[in-house]
Ligand binder design. Sequence first.
Ligand SMILES: [Zn+2]
Length: 342
Amino acid sequence: MKAVRIHEFGNADVLKIDEIDEPKAGPGEVTIAIKASGLNHLDVDVREGISRFPVSFPHTMGIEVAGDIIEIGDGVEGWSIGDRVNPYVMAPCERCEFCRTGRESICVQPGFISFSTGGGYAEQVVVKAGQLIKIPDSVSYEEAAATQVAFGTAWHMLFARGRLSAGESVLVNAVGSGIGSAAVQLARHLGALVIGNASSQEKLDRAMELGMDFGINRLDEDIAARVMEITDGRGVDLVFEHVGGEMFQASLDSMSKDGRLVTCGGHAGEVVDFDIIPFFRAQKSVIGSFVYTRQEVDRCYELAARGAIKPLVHAAFPLEEVADAMRMMERREQFGKIVLTS
Ligand SMILES: [Zn+2]
């Protein structure tokens, strides 16, 4: 089968389409024929060698897949050949204190697709049956490959970690990204006031169509000043942050007293200075968020199946054109997700 592998770290030129053996499901596992695979910014970090995940060469890229079960290992119950599935990106241990208390995304010894198993930029992958999540009939493979990481992450950040309530206000950074556009939709669905920022008017216009109330162009407006203007000097209850660098401080300055900032990323600067004094005097909170639970993905699929949220596929590329797909993501041209198809 075909698999996109890297044999060294570097730019998109290091991506190789290799012919490798098909994987075989062991006990408790299934083999999935991959129909669509979502691109994530983590993939760029992995390819460049800065992900802080363990990578050994050759490494098959990709963590987010949608496809059909084509082989079922011994001892697997409840799943059939032909089931349309989207495996959870993690393979939790199911035994540690966090797994036993519904906090599987912080499992102490998790597996991850492409790190502990084959990767998603391929024609097939083997996963544990416990990772399987069913795709509703009304959601296409391409949409499914654009759902889990974007909406699951946004759900976990907004609701589980950020405790966003109806009637509260939220600032969503980088609304054009996969998780940003998902956060706009979920926060709007809940009934929050949604303020978002982006680097182009076109992305802001798209987010307004998704229900965003106010847009801020970060290239020609001061984010915190504009947020204060919109909220009559109060600031927002929650900031949905995943950018890092200067955006982190602008986010802190956009929060209300007793406001929360929830973060899951920092591509624009992973280590930042922040001013401690106004932070504690206003009783602000900074909250970390990592991945999401299988149950949260199920909830996102329920909303997608009844049209309450829309998985956004910006572009689909055949597996062979993976380099072009990654370059498009690195230029940050997309609104929503880019997927590979096979
Ligand atoms: Zn665990």
